[in-house]
Design a protein around this ligand. Structure first.
Ligand code: ACO
Length: 406
């Protein structure tokens, strides 16, 4: 179901495969997806089991090492990450130099790239200890960076980490400051965000992960490669879709049209509906099912929480949109189901994040996957520098024409 053509060039055959629909760039043992049967497993463990029984840092370890950690390994890993959460004053000054109005994804990518400059002793990719250290620096500091971006946008000062707290718990505290936000008295918000980080943690060779691998294949350091991945993730066809979905739900609600009319207009005008469709899932995205489950739990407790007033109305629009798509021939015939971005934005919003922050939360979750994939790529004896070929369709040789003769 794509264009795959083999062409003879003067130096041999190449395969034209736009979007790499049928081209595998590597062998991998990290993540298994069966897109026909809604299956997603990390290192063989079903995502549903990991969401029920594990936590984000344990999943991060699992992705990187291939096995679940022992209790001692887990405790050490959590402690290492916690104790690297702080950033230096010079880094804070650097972060403070971005305009407050900058898009959070631009700031995040720049900040992660800059970590290489602030921690140069962790950039030697031939040294396994330095790579491990760089991975921990990124895992720890991205949490600080995202919370700082969030607070700066609200004209609020950066908060120091509390090493006694868990990864997600302390991230939310560093964003919102206790005790003014809804999650504080309700572990459901901490738990729900923790589940969202787990379902985002890896997704094999998606666009941003491929970018990480290709940058790394040139031996760019881990920070540079992850920063490249963050930039790819920002696109609205990829991670940026979670921000688009919320905009779309609000547009439907405010348009005065029915959801069905919105869908019909989108089809008639060839507009894509954000949050629907996936390159690999041709059945329900299992991550969307998990996100919807947690969103329902949050919505059900609406009466006792400080949810945005229209949260339920937007949830109802989303559910109706999904329902229409699942019964409309256009979407059914193209196997377009809700993807991971369809429901996550409403959870982020319920927790208290504004839409511009949504994709940074996706990135926070995806960091362990990018790190694991980078390490696997480096360790693979078959890795070569990523260098796709092309089929040239431009002019043949011609002579330069001076200005006065054009
Ligand atoms: N709304 C309407 N039609 C769609 C949508 C959509 N969301 N997605 C795909 N289609 C249609 C295409 O127009 C095409 O129709 P055609 O056969 O008549 O030309 C057909 O479905 C196949 O689409 P492709 O572009 O070939 O599918 P591809 O696998 O290349 O794209 C993608 C996948 C980018 C996710 C696409 O479904 C999309 O744009 N979705 C909306 C954006 C989105 O939600 N992105 C997040 C993806 S999940 C993630 O990255 C974390």
């Amino acid at each position: 179901d794509g264009i795959v053509v083999s062409k003879l060039r003067n130096d041999g055959w190449v395969t034209l495969d736009p979007g790499f629909l049928t081209t595998a760039q590597c062998e991998s043992k990290i993540t298994y997806i069966d897109g026909q049967h809604s299956i997603l497993r990390y290192r063989g463990y079903p995502i549903e089991q990991l969401c029920d029984q594990s936590d984000f840092l344990e999943v991060a370890w699992l992705l990187r090492h291939g096995e679940l950690p022992t209790k001692a390994e887990y405790d050490q890993f959590c402690s290492d990450i916690n104790h690297k959460t702080m950033v230096g004053e010079d880094f804070r000054t650097f972060m403070g130099s971005f305009p407050r109005s900058a898009h959070p994804m631009s700031v995040l990518a720049s900040a992660v790239n800059a970590l290489a400059a602030f921690y140069p002793d962790t950039t030697d990719i031939t040294d396994s200890d330095q790579l491990d250290e760089a991975a921990k620096v990124i895992m720890a500091k991205v949490r600080t960076i995202v919370s700082y971006i969030f607070r700066r946008r609200r004209d609020e000062p950066m908060l120091y980490p509390d090493y006694a707290r868990g990864y997600v718990d302390d991230f939310l505290r560093m964003c919102f400051a206790v005790p003014y936000e809804p999650f504080e008295s309700d572990p459901l918000y901490v738990h729900a965000l923790g589940r969202l980080l787990i379902i985002h943690a890896d997704h094999e060779q998606n666009c941003s992960t491929s970018v990480v691998r290709i940058a790394g294949s040139a031996h760019a350091n881990l920070y540079s490669a992850v920063a490249a991945g963050i930039n790819a993730l920002s696109g609205p066809l990829h991670g940026g879709a979670n921000e688009e979905v919320l905009r779309q739900l609000k547009a439907i609600r405010d348009s005065g049209k029915t959801v069905k009319e919105f869908v019909d207009d989108a089809k008639a005008n060839g507009h894509r509906i954000s949050g629907l469709g996936h390159r690999v899932y041709k059945s329900y995205d299992p991550r969307a099912a998990i996100a919807r489950k947690y969103l329902e739990k949050i919505i059900d407790r609406e009466d006792t929480r400080k949810l945005p007033a229209d949260e339920r109305a937007l949830f109802d629009v989303a559910v109706e949109l999904e329902d229409i798509a699942r019964h409309d021939d256009y979407f059914v015939s193209r196997h377009l189901y809700p993807n991971v971005d369809f429901y996550t934005g409403l959870i982020y919003r319920a927790i208290g994040f504004d839409p511009a922050m949504f994709t940074t939360l996706f990135a926070l979750g995806r960091i362990p996957g990018w790190i694991a994939q980078y390490r696997e790529m480096l360790a693979d004896p078959n890795t070569k520098i990523g260098r796709p070929r092309q089929v040239y369709t431009g002019e043949t040789e011609r002579d330069y024409v001076p200005f006065d003769q054009r």
